[in-house]
Design a protein around this ligand. Structure first.
Ligand SMILES: C[S@@+](CC[C@H](N)C(=O)[O-])C[C@H]1O[C@@H](n2cnc3c(N)ncnc32)[C@H](O)[C@@H]1O
Length: 236
């Protein structure tokens, strides 16, 4: 298995699972959406818990016990156009309506940070919650895509890796998925950055604080968990 491939989510996800998630694992896909990730995964292979904001479960507040899940899969709306204060400003208007309903819950974002920071906010808070529900050495698979926001290159995958390291997640693997077709062209006068035709699947492992960079990062996660949920996991 190689780290980059041209293809689709439904082809790549089973390969990542086979490499990183043992058969029989309890897997929570917390942004299940239409379930494309699972289309080619044999049903009997994993114990799948599928939730989404559309089914009433927020990935920032999961209905699972501390340290009870083997693997969390996260794929929230990845672009700032899907986090807008007004519904009419959400990406995917008119003929692109299917895009909006597939990639988001189609609702406006009423509070919290704006634009690209809103994208990161959800990834970061969902990461913290995943850390809480994952067993020690549990695996977190995160899909994301970089974006140009306000004419500025935002390397979302780097921002996530850096933040998750402070939570105590070790970045074990990284996959680049290149789409076979061309990305949509937005109206622009002059091209400043290459158009994105790839996304990432990041594979993290919840470590016990023995992070390879050895800084006791686990404590940072524990502090934040207390602040956010009051349900900190107190492992030695
Ligand atoms: C990129 S799509 C996910 C696609 C999914 N992997 C699939 O196979 O269809 C993003 C999903 O995140 C969901 N979502 C948005 N905010 C959420 C939240 N706070 N908690 C849980 N799900 C959320 C949306 O409803 C949408 O289904």
């Amino acid at each position: 298995m190689c780290s980059a491939r041209v293809g689709s989510n439904e082809e790549l996800v089973p390969l990542i699972l086979s490499l990183h998630v043992p058969t029989g694992s309890l897997v929570a896909d917390v942004t299940y959406g239409t379930g494309i990730f699972w289309k080619l995964v044999p049903k009997a292979k994993y114990k799948l818990r599928a939730t989404d904001i559309k089914t009433g479960v927020d990935c920032r507040k999961l209905p699972y016990e501390n340290a009870s899940i083997d693997c969390v899969v996260l794929d929230p709306p990845y672009m700032e156009g899907l986090y807008r204060r007004a519904k009419g400003h959400l990406a995917g208007a008119g003929t692109y309506a299917a895009f909006r309903t597939t990639y988001s819950n189609g609702e406006r974002t009423s509070d919290g940070p704006k634009y690209h920071d809103a994208v990161l906010d959800l990834y970061f808070k969902a990461g913290l919650e995943a850390y809480r529900v994952l067993k020690q050495y549990g695996v977190m698979i995160v899909k994301c895509q970089d974006e140009v926001s306000a004419n500025t290159q935002r390397l979302t995958h780097v921002e996530i890796i850096n933040e998750y390291a402070t939570l105590g997640f070790f970045a074990k693997d990284l996959f680049v998925l290149v789409r076979a077709n061309k990305p949509a062209v937005s109206r622009m006068k002059r091209q400043e950055h290459a158009r994105k035709n790839h996304s990432y699947f990041l594979v993290f492992v919840k470590t016990n604080g023995a992070n390879p960079r050895g800084k006791g990062l686990r404590n940072g996660a524990a502090r934040r968990l207390e602040g956010h949920t009051g349900r900190a996991e107190r492992t030695p």
